[in-house]
Design a protein around this ligand. Structure first.
Ligand code: NIG
Ligand code: FE
Length: 415
């Protein structure tokens, strides 16, 4: 039984809600000063204001005194590619010298480079490196994350990646929500036969992934020179027929109409969106598609940031994610994520926190279970070393997470 009382937190930042928040709602965190939270048997059972009596028997509970510290929902990272073989440090140095991400991809580097290494890696090697990355993410306060396949681009390796995620989910405290991304790039053997590669994914991979229940959602890299809007529509509509949720890498490098397609298909989220058009943003707001923004990727690629401020002002639901991957964003730095979201994308600290808790939970269809401190939700919590959530972007690049709690159990503590 994971029974826990966290007493007298300088702030209980509840981010209260059971659905994603849009526009102005993103600015209201529902903070309780000097609050207490009780987790009974892994579920949040009480959220108490100062003066309210603790209604459970304290000896049955582990008690944490959180005086001077802020208590937050566990962070939810809704877009990662954390299971992969090899690294791409050479490509990083080529980019610093001026080569673009797409140039490198077009000459056989990029995603297909990682696919070669991932095909060669054993399941155990992927387990080991995956576990290490998860360990690092826990220390940054991430308690649930999405993980994508897409570094196999063949039957065996795609399934290997998804099985590794399933095994890690069963053995590691972080919850992993798997997404199938067979259409992440066009592998060598399918060059010039992109439509056939889409057919292969629809006809062979979707049924396999569905039968073994290896993924909840399906994703595609809808981009000039990768998969067109037409190909993406066909792939995603077929995925929906199979019962998958839909996600897209949309409008990352060029404005292709990805945001518009995400709205048309009612994707659960569309991600990147650096080049999303005004019409696409409006359509996403109207269709209730979560706009998942990846500032660490734009930073690492030295691209202009997605228009997070304008999206919120247009009444969008905005989420944030690390996009941890070996190419465009080899980082899961939550501190840097908050700093960039606020300093360069002009989100307020409140909006940024909403975007990495309840809205990122919505981006993986989990807002009813995680992403806020509400009675009935999973006891996933983060305690900061400082008394206010405002230190998250302000203490630039520094990890200020002191204790991480998963289902009412302490899984990391600095003390
Ligand atoms: O989200 N843009 C496409 N996919 C990943 C990058 C993957 C890689 O470069 O290995 C992304 O940025
Ligand atoms: Fe990605």
């Amino acid at each position: 039984m994971n029974n826990l009382i966290i007493k007298n937190a300088a702030q209980v930042v509840t981010c209260s809600g059971f659905t994603g928040k849009r526009g102005k709602e993103m600015g209201d965190l529902h903070v309780i000063e000097n609050g207490t939270v009780i987790v009974t048997g892994s579920i949040i059972s009480h959220v108490l204001r100062p003066g309210e009596e603790i209604p459970v028997s304290e000896p049955d509970y582990t008690v944490i005194d959180a005086t001077g510290k802020a208590l937050l929902p566990g962070f939810v990272d809704p877009h990662t590619h954390f299971v992969f073989g090899g690294y791409r440090e050479e490509e990083f140095s080529w980019r610093m010298r001026g080569d673009s991400y797409m140039d490198i991809m077009n000459r056989g580097g990029g995603i297909v480079n990682t696919a070669r290494a991932t095909r060669e890696a054993t399941e155990e090697e992927l387990m080991d490196s995956g576990r290490q990355r998860l360990d690092a993410m826990i220390r940054l306060g991430i308690t649930t994350m999405e993980g994508k396949s897409g570094y196999g681009l063949d039957r065996e390796t795609e399934l290997k990646q998804l099985r590794v995620m399933r095994r890690l989910n069963g053995t590691h405290p972080v919850d992993i929500i798997p997404t199938f991304m067979g259409a992440h790039a066009v592998p060598e053997e399918w060059k010039g036969k992109e439509d056939e590669f889409i057919d292969f994914n629809i006809c062979e991979m979707f049924p396999l992934v569905a039968r073994e229940q290896l993924a909840e959602a399906v994703d595609i890299f809808c981009e000039k020179g990768v998969f067109s809007v037409e190909q993406s529509r066909r792939y995603l509509m077929a995925a929906r027929e199979r019962g998958f949720l839909l996600k897209m890498h949309a409008d990352e490098i060029v404005p292709l109409g990805g945001a518009e397609l995400a709205a048309e298909l009612h994707c659960v989220s569309a991600d990147h969106l650096l080049q999303a058009s005004d019409e696409g943003i409006q359509a996403m707001a109207e269709a209730g598609v979560v706009a998942t923004l990846l500032p660490l990727t734009a930073f690492s690629l030295r691209e202009k940031y997605a228009r997070g401020r304008e999206m919120i002002d247009a009444d969008c639901m905005v989420a944030l994610a690390t996009d941890l991957n070996p190419g465009s964003s080899f980082t899961a730095s939550v501190p840097l994520l908050f700093a960039i979201a606020c300093i360069y994308m002009q989100l307020s600290p409140e909006e940024a926190l909403t975007a990495f808790t309840i809205n990122s939970a919505a981006a993986i269809n989990r807002a009813d279970r995680i992403g806020s401190i509400d009675v009935g939700k999973q006891g996933d919590l983060v305690l900061l070393q400082f008394p206010s959530y405002k230190f998250l972007p302000y203490h630039v690049g520094m990890n200020i997470v002191e204790t991480v709690i998963k289902r009412g159990k302490i899984i990391f503590s600095m003390c």
